[in-house]
Design a protein around this ligand. Structure first.
Ligand code: GLU
Ligand code: MG
Length: 467
């Protein structure tokens, strides 16, 4: 479990001693530096690094970094809100020692996610990891709920030698094909070894649909742990690829016009160790709480896409009949509905049943995405929201009348539409708080302006090597 306690100046009890012992141990293992990782509002992974000798100081007093990164765009331009984006001020980055790992794909380095607090020792209202901790702690306090989450990772593997900016798939062969598995077997074996060395439990890895595309899924964790893990696994996928002369992209649309890279979220709510999505008397074994939770997520999906599909490139991926789930529908094991109820295998349903949210990609900041999905679900739970009739098959085939009767809507077709939905959504804005909510709006608008008037190919190219 991730700790739900905020960092404090001087370090939480025991942290400094622990960091001192860790830095000795790390030095002994040939580690020289620690990567301090966080994700900005645009979903871009940003880092600072310190030598291992600086770990105890970082655990006590943090490491300085400007708050301006909260309003960075994917192209490194900076936008502003009324409180963010100014060159003034500083924040302290605190590594979470519970999540520190030695990076198997980057010899000499360890990695830890950070929380950001102010120089006065207060929570930074723009810190997405702190936000998800707060949502998780609130759910435990107010509802007695805990969550398990897993984020699938799809990525495209390209040749490192490709001309600058271009994507040339590093493997040929059919979707899910044995050909591709053989061609990249040295890379993927090293990736599995690196994950195992880092304590990451991999469920499976396989060649995916699009050219050069692969997917990895890892075991579910608590929400903060799952978001951390998603960042770590992507760092590992990239690092191991680099050592093999390969270049990877997690962008929602590596090229325009094909199947994209998704970042489907699996989420389950638990009370007193019991999974709400199994063993109940509602549809497919759901409890009343699980239905209401799913209804809450379903109702807010149009607004949620501004958080879960945050890039102009996200809308090149979010197209019907490409398994990205672009309709506000739910169904049992339905891969074209935005919400797929995963019931699990007979005999293991109590542990496996969960809700899969498909219109999520890896441009999303995973802390913001999970926090907002949980907030939407909790709102449904509190309101006792009714889950509409389920959908089977591809919702694109529903007549207008059938779709209307079931409340099935097409999700936003552009980032501009998503932002308009988000701005009108009081539940998500309240959950995020004004600082983060305004940062989301400002950054999304900045991204829209950055590619204004560009065709799909140029939009794909603009984000190809950012994510
Ligand atoms: N690549 C698809 C997406 O963009 C998902 C494929 C799958 O279901 O695994 O979401
Ligand atoms: Mg997939």
């Amino acid at each position: 479990m991730s700790t739900l306690a905020d960092p404090v100046p001087g370090g939480r009890p025991g942290d400094v001693e622990r960091a001192r012992a860790l830095s000795g141990e790390l030095s002994g293992r040939g580690v020289h530096g620690v990567v301090l990782a966080y994700v900005d509002t645009a979903g871009v992974g940003r880092v600072k690094t310190v030598p291992v000798a600086g770990l105890a100081s970082a655990a006590a007093w943090g490491v300085g970094m400007s708050p301006v990164f909260d309003t960075f765009l994917a192209n490194d331009r900076i936008v502003a809100t009324d409180v963010l984006g100014s060159p003034d001020g500083d924040l302290r980055l605190y590594p979470d020692l519970d999540r520190l790992v030695v990076l198997a794909g980057q010899p000499g380095w360890a990695w830890a996610p950070v929380d950001r607090i102010t120089q006065d020792g207060d929570r930074h209202p723009g810190c997405s990891r702190t936000f998800l901790r707060r949502i998780t702690a609130g759910a435990a306090r107010a509802h007695g709920l805990a969550f398990k989450a897993g984020i699938e990772i799809e990525w495209a593997v390209g040749l490192g030698s490709a001309p600058d900016g271009e994507f040339v798939p590093a493997a040929s062969g059919p979707a899910y094909g044995a050909t591709r598995q053989v061609e990249l077997s040295a890379y993927t074996a090293d990736l599995l070894a690196a994950c195992a060395a880092q304590g990451v439990d991999v469920d499976q890895i396989h060649p995916e649909y699009a050219p050069g595309q692969f997917e990895i899924s890892v075991a579910a964790l608590d929400p903060v742990g799952a978001a951390d893990r998603s960042v770590l696994v992507r760092q590992t996928i990239r690092a191991v690829a680099h050592r093999h002369g390969l270049r990877v992209s997690f962008s929602p649309a590596v090229t325009a016009g094909g199947v994209g890279n998704g970042g489907h979220v699996h989420l389950s709510a638990w009370r007193d160790g019991v999974n709400l999505h199994a063993g109940g008397d509602r549809r497919h074994g759901m409890t009343a709480g699980a239905e209401a939770f799913a209804a809450g997520v379903l109702a807010r999906l149009p607004a949620l896409t501004a958080v879960t599909a945050p890039s102009p490139a996200s809308y090149l991926r979010l197209r019907p009949s490409q398994w990205a789930g672009v309709f506000t529908a739910w169904g049992l094991e339905t891969r074209e509905a935005a919400l797929r109820l995963v019931r699990g295998t007979a005999g293991r349903r109590a542990e496996q049943a969960n809700l899969e949210v498909k219109p999520v990609d890896l441009a999303a900041n995973p802390y913001l995405a999970l926090g907002c999905l949980i907030a939407a679900g909790l709102d449904g739970l509190t309101a006792g929201a009714a889950l509409p009739e389920e959908t089977t098959g591809d919702p694109v085939r529903l007549s207008a009348g059938e779709a209307a009767a079931r409340g099935v809507l097409r999700l936003p077709v552009s980032l501009a539409e998503a932002v308009a939905e988000f701005r009108g959504d009081e539940v998500l804005r309240a959950a995020l708080g004004p600082v983060l909510a305004d940062a989301v709006t400002a950054v999304r608008r900045g991204e829209i302006d950055a590619v204004d008037g560009q065709d799909d190919e140029r939009v794909a190219a603009a984000y190809r090597w950012v994510y």
